[in-house]
Each structure stands twice: as C-alpha cells, then as structure tokens.
Design a protein around this ligand. Structure first.
Ligand code: 0A1
Ligand code: ZN
Length: 894
C-alpha cells in the first residue's frame, strides 16, 4: 500500500478519503544550524508502524535539498528511497526505525513566510497548516503527534536569543562565536505547532501564578525599540490566563509562556506550543501609536492564541477539514473574553456587523464552503471568515442551547475525554450531547451545509382568541457544494413588545407554573422547513423582537413597518435589537435614496423624518452606552448595503448613503457639535470600555460633521488633530479631514498627511494606518493614489501588513474607487488589483490568493462591471506558473 495522505498541490483533497497515519513518530529530534544565507536541519525521527504491511511511506518535504539520509544509522541506497514531487518515499521501511535526514534550506530567500524564514533580523517559523515540510521531511499532518527536542545553533552576535517550544534544557557556547540552545517540549504535538526563533530580541518579563499555585514565567520578545509597547499584551495575557481558569477551568501547563513579535507575518498570530509568534500589529500597543481598535485587537488576539493551548493544542484536529473545531471554538472563547473585559452588547454589535458584511458575502460567493468543508485544493485558502466567524456562531448557538452550566460540563467532558488526541467536530458536539441528553442530529447540518439560511417570518393576531402566531419558514440558497439544503436547527431568541412594554410570553402548550419569573424572553427552536408558534393571552398586537442578540447566523425577513422599527429602536430591552432596528430603519431610508437616484431625483430627496426623530431621541437618552449610541447613529456601511442588493451598483450606493449622511449631519449639527465640544481632549488615555465609547462617539460625530463642514468645524477638526494625546483621536481627525469633500478640508489635507508621515515615519504600524487611510479615501483619483503609495519609500513590497494596508484596503474598503466610480477608466481598479496579485503570486502565494477575493464577487454586479472583473480573473488564471493557492480561488470563481 502506498501511503500518501498529504495534499498534492494541484489536486483536490477529500474528507471522505481520510485514512489514519500508517506510522507514528514517537520522537522528533531536530538540530537546526543557522548560517548567513543557508541553514542546515538534521532530523532524527523514531517511526513506528501503526497497521499492517506498508510497502512505501511518503514523507512530505518542499524546497529541501537532501544532503544525507539514513535508517537506523545506515545510509540508504538509491533503491531504498526516491524523491518524488514534494515527497520523500521510503521503500519497504521496517516496522520500527530511526530515520535520519540532513537538509539544506534558505530562510533568507523564503518570501512565502511559511517554514523557516527571516523577518528583518529575526529568524522565525510558521508551520500551520503545512509549513513544517519546508523545514524537514516529515509526516506533515495534524494527527501525527510527537515528542519534540530542538537544538538551535547560530552566531551569538547575530542571534543572541534562541527559542523553541517547551522548556530550555541546555545551552552553551561553541567555537567561531557560535552558541546553541536545546529545548524540549514535554507535550506531544503535531508539527504544525512547532516553532523556533533566533535573533537579537529584547524581552519584557512577568509571571503568573496558576489556580493550583504553579509559577509561570511570561516573556514577550520584541525588537528593542518596541519594548515600550508590550504592557497591554502582557496585561491581556494575564487576564486571559485567569479567565480561562475561571470560565473553563483550564490551567496553563508549562513553566514558561513566550510571545515573539515579528513584522513579516501572513496572519495575525500563531499558537505554537509555549512559543506564540505574533504579527507586530497584534501584540504591540501604546496610546501614542495605537488606536482603540488596535488595543482591542491585541487583547483579543493574545487571548485567542493563549486559549488555543487547550482548544487546539491539548485537543487538536484530526485533519484540516476539522479546522473549525479549534478555530470556531477559540473565536467563540475570545469573543466572550473580550465581552467580559468590555461591553458584551458592543462586542456583539461589532462582531455581527463584520459577519453579516463579509462572511455572508463569502457564503453567497463562489468560495462558499461549510464550516467543515468536504474538500479543498489548498488548505491555506480555508482560513476563512466561515471557518472562524461562522464557526464561532455555531459554537455560540450550542452554548446558548445548553445554557452556561451544561455548556461548561460539556466542554469539561470534551477536554477530559480527548486530552492529547486529534479529533473531529463530531467529537465536540458529542460531548455536548452526552452531558445534556440533547439530540443534535439536525444541528450537525451547520457543519456540513454552506450558505446563509433565510428566515421568513409572518405574524398573525386574533383579537378574539388573544392568540398571536409567528409563522416561520427557512430556506437556504444553493452553494457550490450542495443545491438542495436540508433545514437547519435555528434558535430564535425573541420577545414581544406591546404599547406599554414587553408582553409576558406563554406558548400554547406551556403550563403557567413551568414558566420562568422573567417571562418576556424565549428561545424558539426551528428545526423544520416551516413551523408556527402560537402565543396565548396576548392583550394586543405586538411588535416582535426577533433573533435577539443575533441568536443565529441567518438573514431575517419580517415586514416591519417604520413605526415598528421606531418602537424597537427606542424601547426594546435587547440592546442588540435596538441597534438592529436602527440599521433596518437607516437601510430603508438609504434604499429610498437609491430609488430616488435611479429616477434622477436624488437632489430633491428628503429622508423619512422618523430616522432623524429616532437619532434625536437617542442623543438625549440618559444612561445609553456611548458606544451603542455611536453604532446606532452610524449608517450601515456601503459593503453591508451592497450585500442587501440583488445587483450591486457601488457608485449609486456611495451616492445614496452619502446623501443621507449629509442630511443627518446638517439636521443634527447642533447635538453632534455639542458631542465634539464636550469632549475632553486632555483626559489621559485609557483603553477602558467607557473611554473607548466616548472616543467612538466623538469621532462618529466628527465624521458626520466633516461631510459638509463650515470653517469652524474644520478648525475644530484641526485642533483635535493637533492636540490629540492618543492615536485614536489623531487618526480619526486626519481621516475626517482627508475624506471630507469640502474644499475647506481638501486645501489643508495634503499638508496634514505629510506632517503626520514626518512625525510617525519610524513607527511601522502607524505608517500602515497612514497608508490605509489614503487607500480608503473615497474622493476621486483612488487608483493614482494607491499607485503613488506603492512607489512611496514607506511601502515594502514583501511585507504582508503593507500590502494589506494599500492593496487590500483599496479593493475591499474603497468600493467607489475600486469599481471605477471616480475614474476616467472604469476598469483601472480591477486591473490594478490583478497586477498586484500577479506580481505577488510567486513570492507569497497565500497573500496573493487572499487579495483576489473582491474580484471573485463579479456575478453580483451588472454585465459590464461583472464582465470587466471576470476579465481580470481570466488574466490572473493565465499567468504562467500560477500558484495552486491563486489557482483554486480563480478557477472556482470563474
Ligand atoms: N492558527 C492561527 C492562524 C494562522 C493560520 C495559518 C497561518 O499560516 C500562515 C498562520 C496563522 C490562529 O488562529 O491564530
Ligand atoms: Zn486560531
């Protein structure tokens, strides 16, 4: 039997083909010797056969130069192995043996940022999902778990710090100014969790005492210039460690926990056992250089990676189809952590806005896939919003269906039952079913069917019987993997609002004595295609508050009148649904403007006054969370509005939204200005929920006012820019100035941009924000602007953060310019993006493939626009030597 279970670059890998590994690797001994321009990796693997006879064993290996190979200390002859494309095949290997290989690799040349590579002066690794095969020949799959010992050697002057997973067991000097360190990880792990780091790093140290009284050394390694930006990450780490003990009963399990920050990183961060490696953007923070969003991201990502120690590392994935097992669960855990650290409703609003704009679009596009896909070509393309964010929504539904106590029992059982194992999403759901006795067979469909279900809700009230009925049907559009969907299990949290407030709920079959004391909130469980729920003793026709807290990742259709929405916006007890009602109201008004625009009547358009009336009341409401107020005032984003249209016209959406926003800014000038004037610019910065909320509201007001500002408002904006004591306020003022269409702002914006750059040019992360704000600028000339940014000395062509800040932001967050709305050449944006993808593809295929996303949505646009986008996809497709990453995205979307 030929054992070849890893993915072959050009082929599709199927979940149904899964076979358990033919060999286990009991021990992995690595010796990594780093030299300028080349490194040598010697590996000694103790392999043990797991099943019957194996005639050939294929180990994964890419971009390796094999220098030596031995089995049980005997060199192999040419008939005992062969090198196939990306594989080392051992012929008739013994039942139990030591494999020794020595390979040469070139980290300095490695621009893919997978395997061992060099980021500025630091050598580091990225092995998830399949990067370890670029370090040595191995069974590079998550269900092969091994005991790792790593010896690293390098020049002491270049690389005084040598780190790997686990505990330091030995270190010392060598000849020629070199030194070495040996690390041993006592926990068996798959190779995707392997890490090593070598470089000249400074360290911030602290410690944490676990619930059972063990001391853990905490270390954050950064370049010396960044040592003053580690406090927030360290505090977040300690909060996360405590929270995981309290909420999930999970203690840390090594004596040392390390974080290393590197500038060149494909993703946000990586949970390698005991040695997390972070993109600098997700670990460094200080008030002068980091926005509130940045602080929150650091807190969230530090927690996310830490939480993986249990949900991912102690219990890992059997294969990469199970990716959401660790990612969906861990995102759910980090979201709940952030909610507990700040405001739960605000966090929910932010997460849902992102999910509905971006994940729903993914689920409706050519790359739609279930949270547990059945096949993939390139696993790197499946680190998606669906796996992460929708995966977290699915775990959230399970947690809510069980309630906090049973869910905790279920996760305890899951961790205990599967500690040290590589498992599947079924194992996770089974543990929850076992503790609760619940039947999750219908629920399992969330794991296997893609697409966003749509709920259509109709209501009926009978004055005579005082019965109120909700008729609910569900349907899910076809997606590439499946046209005919079976019904989902959908929890619908709800309440009913009467004239005088919330109505007590009693479903027809319920006994009064079984009802909870707080009886105004209920979770309906929809498991069939159509169901009706009848409430009795309902004194008047209510307004239903449906899907409270966004209890399921679905689209909800209900024919709310505008008056219904006003009632919900002002009076619902569910904070999320108050926000939701504002969004629906605003969306309706923007759609009115779109209709006026298509009739050539936008100039004469006046928005429905109920929207303004709601905003006015909200601005006066006492005790309303300032962040919630800001989000309730913010109009739905252009991306969200686009998602609601059958044919997207991004230019019309930009115009219509702008018109409504301008109108609001004028009508609410006084209260918005008051928000700005009452803001204390000198208050020392703190990233607390209350202070973040105050800044968010002030900067929302500023954005509105700067749409059509008078000189006094422009002066105020400049004052805020100059006197800001933190990056949130500084950047918000500069953004408002740059985005404003007023000549009063346009006259001074270029100078302010230049001043900002001069001030911050040595802070790479601030420069990213400076690039991004220009790439997002919706004023005319977008393509020339981003082209100029690429030529700016601040731009680094191989750095993912810089690429994302310019190319990614332009294509994803500047629809009017990307789609040619302000350009003489309407296809220039698409061509620009395709050019960038083609230029990057051979250097960093993961990032190139991700950039393609906006073009893949071509079917959502009119013929001309869609055709032009498709044309650029064709162009990418015909690039000679196109990577399998980009090829998968392009071929699935054409
Ligand atoms: N597991 C990490 C994310 C991650 C995935 C793939 C990577 O390869 C380039 C890097 C990081 C997480 O969820 O944080
Ligand atoms: Zn993760």
């Amino acid at each position: 039997m030929t054992q070849d279970l890893s993915s072959n670059n050009s082929d599709t890998v199927y979940l149904k083909d899964y076979q358990s590994p033919a060999y286990a690797i009991e021990k992995t001994d690595l010796d990594v010797a780093i030299y300028p321009g080349e490194s040598f990796v010697e590996a000694r693997l103790q392999l043990v056969r797991q099943s019957g006879l194996v005639s050939e064993l294929a180990l994964d290996g890419e971009q390796l130069e094999l220098l030596a190979i031995e089995i049980n200390s005997q060199s192999l002859s040419k008939d005992q192995y062969r090198l196939d494309d990306g594989k080392l095949v051992l012929i008739e290997p013994p039942e139990r043996f030591e494999l020794y290989t020595k390979v040469r690799i070139q980290p300095e040349q490695n621009t893919s940022l997978e395997g061992l590579y060099r980021s500025r002066t630091i050598y580091c690794t990225q092995c998830e999902a399949e990067g370890f095969r670029k370090i040595t020949y191995y069974l590079d799959r998550p269900d092969v778990m091994s005991d790792f010992t790593t010896r690293i050697s390098a020049a002491k002057s270049e690389c005084p710090i040598l780190l790997a997973n686990g505990n330091l067991v030995e270190q010392g000097d060598l000849t020629d100014g070199r030194h070495y360190a040996v690390w041993h990880d006592p926990h068996k792990k798959p190779c995707y969790l392997f890490a090593l780091v070598a470089g000249d790093l400074s360290v911030m140290e602290d410690h944490f005492v676990t619930a059972s009284g063990r001391n853990v050394d905490l270390k954050i390694y950064v370049e010396e210039k960044d040592l003053d930006k580690c406090d927030h990450a360290m505090a977040s780490l300690k909060n996360a460690m405590r929270w995981d003990e309290e909420v999930y009963g999970r203690e840390y399990d090594l004596d040392i926990f390390m974080i290393v920050a590197v500038d060149d990183f494909n993703m946000g961060a990586m949970e390698n056992k005991g040695l997390n490696i972070f993109n600098t953007s997700c670990v460094l923070a200080k008030p002068e250089t980091t926005t509130d969003a940045g602080f929150q991201r650091v807190e969230g990502v530090v927690a996310h990676e830490y939480f993986h120690n249990w949900s991912g590392n102690r219990v890992t994935c059997r294969d990469w189809f199970q990716l959401s097992l660790k990612e969906g669960f861990t995102v759910y855990r980090d979201a709940e952590f952030s909610a507990d650290m700040g405001s739960p409703t605000v966090k929910r609003v932010e997460d849902v806005a992102m999910l509905r704009t971006h994940q729903f679009a993914e689920d409706a596009g050519p790359m739609a896939h279930p949270i547990r896909p059945a096949s993939y070509m390139e696993i790197s393309n499946f680190y998606t919003l669906t796996i992460y964010e929708k995966g977290a929504e699915v775990v959230r539904m399970l947690a809510n269906l069980l309630g906090p106590e049973l869910f905790r029992k279920g996760t305890d059982l899951y961790f205990e039952r599967h500690d040290g194992q590589a498992v599947t999403t079924e194992d996770f759901v089974q543990a929850l079913a076992d503790v609760s006795g619940r039947d999750f067979s219908v629920f399992q469909r969330w794991y296997n069917q893609a697409g966003t279900p749509q709920l259509e809700v109709r209501d009926e009230y009978d004055e005579n019987t005082r019965e109120y009925t909700l008729h609910i049907t569900q349907s899910t559009p076809a997606t590439p993997e499946c046209a005919d969907k079976q019904p989902f299990h959908i929890p619908i949290a709800m309440g009913l609002l009467g004239d005088a407030g919330e109505i007590a709920l009693k479903l027809r079959d319920e006994e009064l004595e079984d009802l909870p004391t707080d009886n105004t909130h209920r979770v309906l469980e929809l498991t069939e295609q159509a169901q009706s729920f009848v409430f009795t003793d309902v004194p008047e026709k209510p307004v239903p508050s449906l899907l409270r807290g966004f209890s399921a990742p679905v689209k909800l259709k209900f024919a709310y009148s505008r008056d219904d929405l006003v009632r919900l916006a002002l009076r619902d007890s569910d904070g999320f649904n108050r926000y939701e009602a504002c969004q629906r109201l605003a969306l309706g008004v923007i759609e009115d403007a779109l209709a006026a625009d298509s009739g050539g009547e936008l100039n004469n358009f006046t928005p429905d006054e109920r929207l303004l009336a709601v905003y006015q009341q909200l601005l006066q409401e006492e005790g309303l969370d300032r962040a919630m107020l800001a989000y309730m005032l913010l109009l739905p984003s252009e991306g969200f509005i686009a998602e609601q249209q059958s044919v997207i016209d991004p230019i019309a959406i930009h115009r219509a939204r702008g018109e409504v926003a301008g109108y609001i800014a004028k009508a609410l000038h006084k209260p918005l200005l008051a928000v700005l004037e009452n803001y204390d610019l000198r208050k020392p910065y703190k990233p607390t929920a209350v202070d973040i909320a105050a800044r968010l509201l002030k900067n929302t007001a500023l954005e509105f006012l700067m749409r059509e500002p008078d000189q006094a408002v422009v002066d105020l904006c400049v004052k805020h820019l100059q006197q800001a004591n933190n990056m949130t306020d500084e950047l918000a003022s500069l953004t408002a100035l740059v985005n404003s269409r007023s000549p009063l702002a346009a006259d001074i914006a270029p100078q302010k941009l230049a001043d900002f750059y001069a001030k911050w040019q040595d802070e790479s992360l601030v420069v990213n924000a400076w690039l991004a704000l220009q790439a997002r600028n919706a004023n005319p000339g977008g393509v020339e602007r981003v082209e100029a940014l690429l030529a700016h000395p601040a731009f680094e062509a191989n750095n993912p953060n810089k690429i994302r800040s310019v190319v990614g932001v332009f294509a994803n967050a500047n629809p009017v310019n990307f789609h040619g709305g302000t350009d003489a050449d309407p296809e220039a944006g698409y061509r620009f993006l395709a050019d960038q993808v083609i230029a990057l593809d051979s250097k960093n295929p993961q990032i190139a493939a991700r950039l393609i996303t906006p073009l893949t949505r071509w079917r959502r646009y009119d013929k001309q626009r869609g055709g032009a986008m498709r044309g650029q996809l064709e162009r990418i497709k015909h690039t000679p030597g196109l990577s399998s990453d980009s090829n998968e995205i392009v071929s699935k979307s054409l």
